[in-house]
Design a protein around this ligand. Sequence first.
Ligand code: CA
Length: 712
Amino acid sequence: MKSLKLAAMLAATLALAACNQGGGGGGKVANVDGARIIAAKSNGEWLSYGRTYDEQRFSPLDKINAGNVGQLGLAWMYEFDTDRGQEATPVMVDGVLYTTTAWSKVFAFDAKTGALKWSYDPKVEGKKGFDACCDVVNRGVAVWKGKVYVGALDGRLIALDAATGKEAWSVQTTDTSRPYTITGAPRVIKDKVLIGNGGGEYGVRGYLSAYDVNDGKLIWRFYTTPNPNGQPDNAASDKVMKEKGAATWFGEGWKATGGGGTVWDSMAYDPDLDILYVGVGNGTPWNHIKRSDGKGDNLFLSSILALKPDTGEYVWHYQTTPGESWDYTATQHIMLADMNVGGTPRKVLMQAPKNGFFYVLDRTNGQLISAKPYVPITWAKGVDPATGRPIENPGVRYENAPSLQVPAPFGAHNWHPMAFNPKENLVYIPAQIIPFAYTPDKGYTYRPGGWNVGTDFLANALPSDKAQIAAVKAMVKGQLIAWDPVAQKARFTIEHPYFWNAGILSTAGGLIFQGAAQGEFAAYSAADGKKLWSYKTDNGVIAAPMTYEIDGEQYVAQMVGYGGAGALSAPFVLPDRPRLPGRLMVFKLGGTAKAPDYVRPEVVPIDLTGVTSTGDAKRGFALFHQNCQVCHGPNASGAFLPDLRRSQMLLSAENWKSVLIDGALAPRGMASFSRFFDAKGAEDLRAYVLSEAKGAAAPAVAPAKGGPPPKS
Ligand code: CA
């Protein structure tokens, strides 16, 4: 009898061990579920992209605090094999830190020692980089019941075994004939992985999908724009699209592109209301006249959508920018909090979208509580409290003439995560002030696979006059704004030397942490913004930091590595820096690790004596600002992606053509442009870039010695 009982116990133990080994549901490895994410609100774990379902990015950990943050030092670091932008927020579960890098690679580290446990490379094809408007970045993973989920740049959603990094399942979430990408972090609610996509500058139709965590089976999909063929999609969005959405679209322009409205970043979840909130992107083309004959709100572009997570059923929406015409997405960070507004406790949703207004909504019903500009803006006077609609200034729709206005397509705030401090009742916003000359592209026609914005970028070429360039630079600002969401005003503002700074972490230690473009990671007082500590990272920082505790010790982790839209398309207002490999840097009190010096790229002079072109430089100038500017900077001033003025390819018409037309560098992300111009156009471009190179006074910065890493 006794031995039978023993045998049964042994069998049960063995079964449990097998289960644990597999890391599957019910096992001990990375066993995150909804109850655990909800409990993390008060226990300092960091189990999901924005830490908790409300995405407050506020940690109750306080061992590192305003009194001792000066003793913060490097605990460990890891250098990655890519020098493109690093935008991920790591997740820490049971002593393992999971993060992603550019090109959607996943890494798992011992969070205490930094020992690499495993890594996974989805092997995204280099030429896919062409479809990524804003760098080949990735913002992180979701972890749930033994699996790690990542969205790959090429549109795959991939589930990995959390214990081994081996692929459990993979599903293509997008039409591969369209320029869809994924850069955002998945979220998991009630055994459903939620993932959207990007591509709103090119020509795609946006949607959000929910997949079964176990096998990647599609459970529901919500489209944010109507089906261009006028038919239902057999999707969760059909009913509301028929009742509210379809009638807000006009003309034919949107039908070729799909209309845009990509869900490329923000999500939040209220488990009590059981409502999922998602942010929706800009229209395609941007220009409302070209997209929808200048008529209609174009639902659900630039909207916050509230959906039921089980079915994708529509609950409510709030459109921040009706008839969007400026790339003013509402995909920015959505944060939920409960607070007293005018003496009444309110369940609020907060967002600082690109359009420059800070919105406080009642998240039970989507009603506007208040909206005020968080930076000086010129496109609208305010938001009408009765209708919730912005009051636009005349001329901003650039019907006939350019409109120089703030914010730019970069937004007054982009994807960089905000953070909340419940004690101070402050939201910390990584903000920026950038002007842009929106100019009608009179000759706009849809170019499959290319940029389709209906806005002429020629007007944003740099002036030739140095004083004018200096004036433009002086207008561009980066700030950390401590925003009081009840009073709707800044309590304090930290000025940064550059725009395009990092996401923010807030802690109960009375601290806010933020990295900066010039290569710094710093801690500030949460109450007044005083700088209390800083560390030189030697490489620009854009990702948000996070924090966790192991064995009674608090750590702060930061992905370091410059890139993203700002670095690609506005290098002339950013620090002139070489591309350097990304790093994960983890800090603790008394940390004494030393980061090795970066191998600085060697400066290789380029001798253009006697180098000429038969091309038409004037036509090349136009072609450049239509096709190349967003990655290589206005006037070929790119310092992040190769500075074409210093490219050895420039020396030979044949080599130049081999890259632009034959796609010789496609594996490294520079796809062939033969869809958009021919060999004659390529030579015109070379003539133009040669003229810039011969006039350029800036010193040359070439790729690092030994060549860049593969697929960089
Ligand atoms: Ca966009």
